[in-house]
Design a protein around this ligand. Structure first.
Ligand SMILES: Cc1cc2nc3c(=O)[nH]c(=O)nc-3n(C[C@H](O)[C@H](O)[C@H](O)COP(=O)(O)O)c2cc1C
Length: 177
């Protein structure tokens, strides 16, 4: 069975809810970056042991949160040794506006994955108005208004997240042979 981890930051719980659905679909461990942008040694060990790592962050000012970026900078230690080379990678983000520049966040995840020599999995589900309603094929995008609680994230966005997690695990299992 492929080992998958979802590493994410969430300031106010919205991205955390999306992360929970990605993890459920993937059968993944959830690894939460704390409010200072840090992981414990045990959390790093979970990522090191994973065959696939899925990145998640809210979009803040058109980019991943600074806490996620601090985590990303800390992965430079993995880059030095090639420790994450050939792991499968994926990503998701949540923001308040319909666009909100979420693509910048996903594209940053892709760049991070490429720097680490990882293998990116896109989001192939068609936009049917509910599933993949935002129409992102680069990764999962969820959206809910700025004053809405995480419980108001549309079910279609959460179903998209769950299906994406499942796909990452399926692709990882195929690659592992
Ligand atoms: C500092 C800050 C910057 C934000 N920038 C954006 C943005 O660029 N685009 C957008 O659509 N929403 C933006 N938002 C709204 C958040 O992306 C949105 O509320 C998201 O669901 C928060 O996720 P979280 O609860 O996991 O932190 C911003 C919110 C904060 C606090």
């Amino acid at each position: 069975m492929a080992k998958v981890a979802v590493v994410f930051h969430s300031g106010y719980g919205h991205t955390q809810r999306v992360a929970q659905f990605v993890a459920e679909g993937a059968g993944a461990d959830l690894v939460a970056i704390d409010a200072d942008g840090n992981l414990t040694d045990a959390q790093w060990a979970t990522l090191d042991a994973a065959d696939a790592v899925i990145f998640g962050s809210p979009t803040y000012m058109g980019m991943a949160s600074w806490q996620f970026k601090k985590f990303a900078d800390a992965t430079s230690k993995k880059w030095f040794t090639g420790a994450w080379k050939d792991k499968v990678a994926g990503g998701f983000t949540c923001s308040a506006s319909p666009s909100g520049d979420k693509l910048s966040t996903i594209q940053y995840f892709i760049t991070l994955a490429m720097q680490q020599g990882m293998i990116w999995v896109g989001q192939p589900a068609m936009n049917d108005g509910t599933i993949n309603r935002i129409g992102s094929n680069s990764g999962v995008m969820a959206q809910v208004g700025p004053t809405s609680p995480a419980e108001d994230i549309p079910q279609g966005d959460l179903d998209t997240a769950k299906a994406y997690g499942q796909r990452v695990t399926e692709v990882t299992t195929k690659l592992r042979g």
